[in-house]
Design a protein. Sequence first.
Length: 299
Amino acid sequence: MNEDHATGQLFDTACFVGIGHIGSSLARALRKHGLAGRILCLEASDGARRVAMDLGVVDGAFADPAQAVAGADLVVLAVPVGAMEAVVRAIAPHLKPGAVVTDVGSVKMAVIRDVGPLLPDGVHYIPGHPIAGTEHSGPSSGFAELFEGRWQILTPLPGTDEAMLAKLCALWRRVGSMVELMEPAHHDRVLAITSHLPHLIAYTIVGTASDLADHLQQEVIKFSASGFRDFTRIAASDPIMWRDIFLNNREAVLEVIQRFTEDLTALQRAIRWGEGEVLESKFRETRAIRRAIIDAKQA
Ligand code: NAP
């Protein structure tokens, strides 16, 4: 890391476009670590602006794009992936020359496609995605420690200003994250299998259970600790956010669903034909993956 960025404030004014779970968590973390002089937000909802101010997450909350971003040298786009284009259209004419714009969207190719062309020359766009979060939404659900020990993926575009990239890397490291640089298309393929498919499976299992007859549904809730409970937590994730993720990472998600369906069919066949050794060897492999995740402190 550039030693100049190891201590002290990194940005004069940070503006969060969207102050929900991720935006308010990063705002709190910037405050906690003294990384920005002033923290503002652009937020359409009166309620969310009030909560963000009352909790001291931001120093100023605006519904007007010009008031929110005009003085900011860091702008963080923290709205659902499908809303990125509209918010950038609104802020683009008011951005300060030399400002760094980053985003926290869970999909990278579609966001870069939607955001990149709208930004004026002289503004540095560095896309990103924190591999951190919970199933909760809104400004009151955020917390400053969310990013500690978690990966922050940045997908810088060709020609990115090295000094600005180093500054953004420093910001994420100082809120406790480990930073990885990645190609956007590679990011979308990796996340399709590690995050998007598991969410789709959780939504499916919980949906199937809720479609079953009434008496069975009650038993499902009563005995949920037997495995179902973990899926219900994932399936409680924000519906808009996840709708947008699937619509905007369509190709990569469809590819992993195809692979998953083939593997599920292979297990189905092993169960049908009583092939215990096939099941046992698959379950041994997957247990080793769990151990590797624990060893990597990502459990
Ligand atoms: P959130 O808590 O629901 O917050 C979303 C924010 O976006 C709110 O401020 C919301 O404002 C605003 N918003 C929603 N729709 C909008 C629209 N059409 N136009 C303008 N603003 C809109 O969601 P989040 O979990 O912070 O997610 C934000 C981003 O982080 C998403 O791109 C998501 O993919 C990414 N992300 C999430 C997680 C996670 O686990 N949650 C992890 C990594 C990355 P209102 O209150 O007015 O609706």
